[in-house]
Design a protein around this ligand. Sequence first.
Ligand code: ATP
Ligand code: MG
Ligand code: MG
Length: 551
Amino acid sequence: EEAVSRNFIEQEIDKDLAEGVYTEVCTRFPPEPNGYLHIGHAKSILLNYGLAEKYNGTFHLRFDDTNPTKEDMEFVESIKEDVKWLGADWKDHLYFASDYFDIMYECAVKLIKKGKAFVCDLSAEEMREYRGTLTEPGKNSPYRDRSVEENLRLFEEMKEGKYQDGEKVLRAKIDMASPNINMRDPVIYRVAHMTHHNTGDKWCIYPMYDFAHPIEDAVEKITHSICTLEFEDHRPLYDWVVRECEFDPAPRQIEFAKLYLTNVVTGKRYIKKLVMDGIVDGWDDPRLVSIAALRRRGFTPESIKMFVELCGVSKSQSSVDYAMLEYCIREDLKLKKPRMMAILDPIKLVIDNYPEGEIEYLDADNNLENPELGTRKLPFGRELYIEREDFMIEPPKKYFRLFPGNEVRLMNAYFVRCESYETDENGNVTVVHGTYDPETKCGTGFTGRKVKGTIHWVEASHARQAEIRLYENLVDEEKGVYNKEDGSLNLNPNSLEVRKNCFVEDSFGEALAGDSFQFVRNGYFCIDSKDSTPENLVFNRIVSLKSSFKL
Ligand code: ATP
Ligand code: MG
Ligand code: MG
């Protein structure tokens, strides 16, 4: 165990525990319930949950709902579902930040009493002017020296609804000359006459994020408050709030780099537009990387966990290739899932010397690399479907599949020799004819001669028609995500290909939404959870079998 390298956060935690700063570890995932979670959030969830597990600590799920905006609550359930699906079990540690409004108010009053906060009447515009710039210090507000008594009275009046939105704010009294602009008397409470989903009209003042968040962490006795890098220069304010409000033990903020995927759209604004324009089928369209979309696409929690671990935790911003995510799902499904036969672009193969109307059942391994998955019986008969690309009239060199005169192995079945073919009036091949050799039955140990090609097939009268959806990147990878001129997305017009006339083995009778399979030679597929029915099977291609990604 000792030899296993620790990421920088674990090293910090080790140190804190060794020095007795904390005696146990408590982490949290604090989503704002204002949208669906995406792969980046998955990283944060699994990181926080993983640390709690590793240190035998506690993991909290806390909805950061201090902003009284409307649409929020509908996302709470979807977020819970996603966090649960990822396996991050918060047990009975589910919290809502809005439950702490009273405590936050008390903290503000405490700061006023300590002379550490004041009510300010400057307008937003004036405050911007007073704030200064990166190179110039700010100026003190003319209201900065109000007495404690006056501040207490005005803050009380703010709470009672005596002032309009924007008329007054409560500011921390820190240092207008600080090189860190976040420390220049930041606003900690604002007036907002809005109804909150949890507290209704009880409040017309609401805490700002930088004030609320450290209090939420401290109240829950979070030890390590892990967040992304953009909060690094908010840390002094975080620490100031915790210290001045006199919380003990103090939670500690640690920042890590956000997870970015190359050539992938994650911006809420952009996804919303794609949904509204009908370009994607909702927030869970399998081409997106929301957690709901990844689940629908057929990704597993294990594969996402593997991905997040491979990405590692770091302080430097970088972007990860989607191919790495694909690598992880292939690795996860490889031994777990049965390998079935499905024809994505069918053409008929008629075996002319096979008795008409007869069906035999052949044994097939479900997964050659994992015997534990057992075997199944495959119907075989005179008429089969094969892939159109497995037959050519005039093959190029090194084409070992079917062409007139050539013999191939039908996977799990017999050798078959191509004898002839039929075409329609346009010259398109409609039927391939062949003959089989009964001696060559798979599993009999036939060694009389060899063939170079093996192709898959399904028996026509037992095959089930299915719709199969093939996905490519939503984004045109040549051009990059954003159009340089107008900031719009560079979309790949071929990101979805729907094949309605596919044929799959008839072994999906009891398969459930989300179940996944390997379709030999074609990739990994799952049953679409939204559109598939037992009568009309719909599969999503999770990922093809080939990979350009090397670990
Ligand atoms: P977005 O705007 O993409 O939804 P957000 O930061 O507004 O992101 P929050 O609900 O505030 O979303 O985030 C909850 C937690 O998830 C925060 O701790 C945040 O740091 C973390 N998080 C968000 N995006 C990423 C990412 N790309 N990589 C890692 N962690 C992330
Ligand atoms: Mg968010
Ligand atoms: Mg946020």
